[in-house]
Design a protein around this ligand. Structure first.
Ligand code: B12
Ligand code: SF4
Ligand code: SF4
Length: 321
């Protein structure tokens, strides 16, 4: 283990690359690989077939990078002031998850991690390394927990005591041995606010989420049409859902990040039905460009918007009655 190299990499990640958190863990298989298998066997991944196809790689970082000895885990905060629509989704306001109202994090985090990898390779010639964020088959939240970045809350999100859970994660995996940090322990205590707040009861038990019920899954990942009851379940959410994080006491007291933040895309703040209903395919692509929303084809955007429109109209009629 080279303690100098470990601290150089950490300093570079925070001071030069602008990540908000950094920590190191070993390349050992995650302890909850069994939980992942059970989750898939129960069908909780729904139509996310890539989760089932890559389960064994997720269960062992050594399959993603042969000889993986260390994993540098990073996090970038997108915490900011809530907008009125989140506490009062009334009228014709349409909800878009907060992380998605920013420049797409995938490219930003990967670009920064590649620079970290190059620094490692310079300092340790011959080092093998690979970067990951979101789409790669890595069990990111547990690795981050092991690297001391936070704990896995009952809503299944990684929470940091100082910064809360509005964090996006990434990793640099390498065959170089670095000094590992202490894992973080649970700080949820007796709280269960997220379980109570989830409108679709997708958090079936603490730290167990049935993705098929989750609004984030329905609006972002689900490919097939929305049966009436599923369409109703999304409420005013066009893309993603923040409710189980919005109620978390750790987010109410969270400090803003101190790194180089993701550039916001304020055109996506405070959207109303009228801003969206007239959009044609080109208009949708223009609005979604450069943000996570671009993952939504025009057909799925229309599918989600139809559900939201009918939900908002029903709410209005009930309000008037
Ligand atoms: C599939 C996926 C989804 C699915 C399923 C979510 C889920 N909870 O599984 C859906 C589409 C629903 C989803 C939604 C969201 N997602 Co998502 N998603 C992923 C993805 C690609 C894989 C997650 C996964 O492996 N799920 C399988 C389940 C079984 O794993 P898990 O939830 O991580 O659970 C493990 C632990 O909880 C552990 N465990 C359970 N109990 C215990 C106890 C202890 C002590 C320990 C140590 C472990 C442990 O066991 C499980 C299996 O290992 C990751 C990226 C990645 N590569 O990891 C992003 C990721 C988890 N998503 C992310 C985000 C931002 C979101 C949303 C907030 C987006 C939004 N606003 O709409 C929501 C949050 C919903 C929620 N409450 O989780 C971030 C989370 C950052 C954070 N702070 O945690 C990630 C890490 C992407 C990233 N690179 O930043 N997501
Ligand atoms: S993201 Fe929304 S629907 Fe999904 S578990 Fe959290 S509160 Fe429930
Ligand atoms: S709302 Fe409460 S139980 Fe849920 S993640 Fe936050 S602290 Fe944990």
């Amino acid at each position: 283990v080279d303690p100098d190299l470990t601290s150089r990499l950490k300093r570079f990640a925070l001071e030069e690359l602008g990540f908000d958190l950094v920590g190191v863990t070993s390349g050992a298989p995650p302890a909850s690989a069994g939980r992942l298998r059970t989750w898939i066997a129960a069908g909780c991944h729904g139509e996310m077939t890539y989760m089932a196809d890559s389960a064994e790689t997720r269960a062992d970082p050594g399959r993603f990078l042969a000889g993986c000895r260390s994993i540098v885990c990073v996090a970038l905060s997108y915490h900011g002031a809530p907008e009125p629509a989140e506490s009062d989704p009334a009228g014709d306001r349409v909800l878009v998850a907060r992380y998605a109202r920013h420049k797409d994090y995938h490219k930003v985090i990967k670009g920064r991690l590649v620079r970290l990898g190059r620094l490692l390779a310079e300092a340790s010639p011959g080092a093998r390394w690979r970067v990951a964020t979101d789409a790669e088959p890595v069990l990111e939240r547990e690795l981050a927990q092991r690297a001391g970045l936070g704990w896995i809350g009952k809503n299944t999100c990684l929470i940091n005591r100082r910064l809360g859970s509005e964090l996006l994660l990434g990793e640099l995996l390498t065959d170089v041995e670095l000094g590992a940090d202490e894992p973080e322990r649970d700080h949820c205590g007796t709280c269960s606010a997220c379980l109570a707040a989830c409108p679709t009861k997708a958090i079936v038990a603490p730290r167990r989420l049935d993705a098929r019920r989750c609004i984030a899954y329905t609006t972002i990942e689900r490919r097939s049409a929305l049966p009436v009851d599923v369409g109703r379940s999304v409420g005013a959410h066009l893309f993603g859902c923040d409710l189980c994080q919005a109620v978390c006491p750790w987010n109410r007291r969270a400090a803003p990040g101190t790194g180089a933040p993701l550039p916001p895309r304020s055109r996506l703040d405070g959207l109303r039905l009228g801003d969206l209903s007239g959009l044609d395919e080109a208009g949708w692509h223009e609005l979604a460009a450069g943000t996570p929303l671009r993952r939504l084809s025009f057909a799925r955007f229309r599918r989600n918007l139809d559900a939201v429109t009918s939900n908002l109209r029903n709410a209005e009629q009930q309000g008037a009655a």
